[in-house]
Design a binder for this molecule. Structure first.
Ligand code: URA
Length: 276
């Protein structure tokens, strides 16, 4: 029990460190916490194990002919109603599809939605997403002018607590990413960005293939190709949230400077010098 309470305290400290200011606790949750603190045992509530990885074959997607907006809207409908995606989403939570400008020069790709994203149904809206939005602003852009997506369309499942609440995240499995990847490829086809930016090792593995590299250091900051587009791999913003040094910030910033140059964005002297 002490172990469980320590794990809860540790998770709350982690959430606080990344800017989460409040968490909801149900009456039943409070009852159990008080009982645990007082050393009383309550009957266990079975937590369902995480759902198995999708065994279904990855989707084959046919989009209607038409404008970018019509094709994107059709794709969004397909993803939001995909029975495999829906089967992995807990009641009250959402399948998450990409957002942003359909004329974006730059498409950012993360791994999978987290707690805030599955509530709002939008990628990168939690603490890492807020940092990504600030990084985009530092590039002289606003969030609505780029496109932001994930390889995965649902939050990878972990066991839930007695109240059905999932704490913590895990990286998606290769099978989960393989299932969702065609949806990202179609978004790339529709939006046709000049440059793709993969955020973090998991997203990079999802795009380049598992086993394509051992450490992110081997591939970050160098141009690759995905779906016929130049691909820059950099750190995930959550890495910067955990490593607030100017050195880490400068590394990710140098990758973004390359992205700005490749997508013909102006780069001022001030921007060149950030975090030096
Ligand atoms: N991390 C990701 O990779 N994607 C999100 O949407 C949120 C956090």
């Amino acid at each position: 029990m002490r172990h469980a309470l320590n794990a809860i305290a540790e998770e709350l400290r982690r959430l606080k460190a990344v800017g989460v200011e409040c968490v909801n606790v149900s009456e039943e949750g409070l009852r159990r916490l008080r009982a645990a603190q007082a050393g009383r045992k309550l009957p266990a509530v079975d937590a369902p194990p995480p759902a198995p990885a999708p065994s279904a074959a990855p989707p084959v997607i046919e989009l209607p002919a038409g404008s970018k907006a019509a094709r994107w809207a059709a794709l969004r409908e397909i993803v939001l109603n995909d029975p495999v995606c829906l089967s992995h989403v807990r009641p009250g939570k959402k399948v998450v599809f990409g957002v942003g400008s359909l004329d974006a020069r730059i498409m950012f790709v993360g791994e999978a939605p987290g707690a805030e994203e599955e509530v709002q149904g939008e990628p990168f809206v939690g603490p890492a997403g807020q940092l990504l939005t600030r990084m985009i602003a530092a590039m002289g852009l606003d969030r609505a002018s780029v496109y932001i997506g994930n390889i995965m369309n649902w939050r990878p499942e972990m066991p839930v607590n007695a109240n059905g609440v999932q704490f913590g995240n895990r990286p998606p499995t290769p099978e989960e990413m393989t299932y969702c990847l065609p949806y990202l490829v179609k978004q790339i086809e529709v939006v046709a960005p000049q440059v793709i930016v993969a955020l973090g090792a998991t997203a990079a593995q999802g795009l380049l293939g598992f086993g394509a590299f051992k450490t992110l250091g081997e591939v970050r900051g160098r141009w690759r190709e995905f779906a016929g587009k130049p691909l820059m791999i950099t750190y995930h913003p959550s890495y910067i949230l955990r490593n607030q040094s100017n050195r880490s910030k400068r590394m990710i910033w140098e990758d973004l400077l390359k992205v700005m140059e490749r997508s013909d964005l102006p780069v001022s002297e001030k921007q060149r010098g950030y975090f030096l």
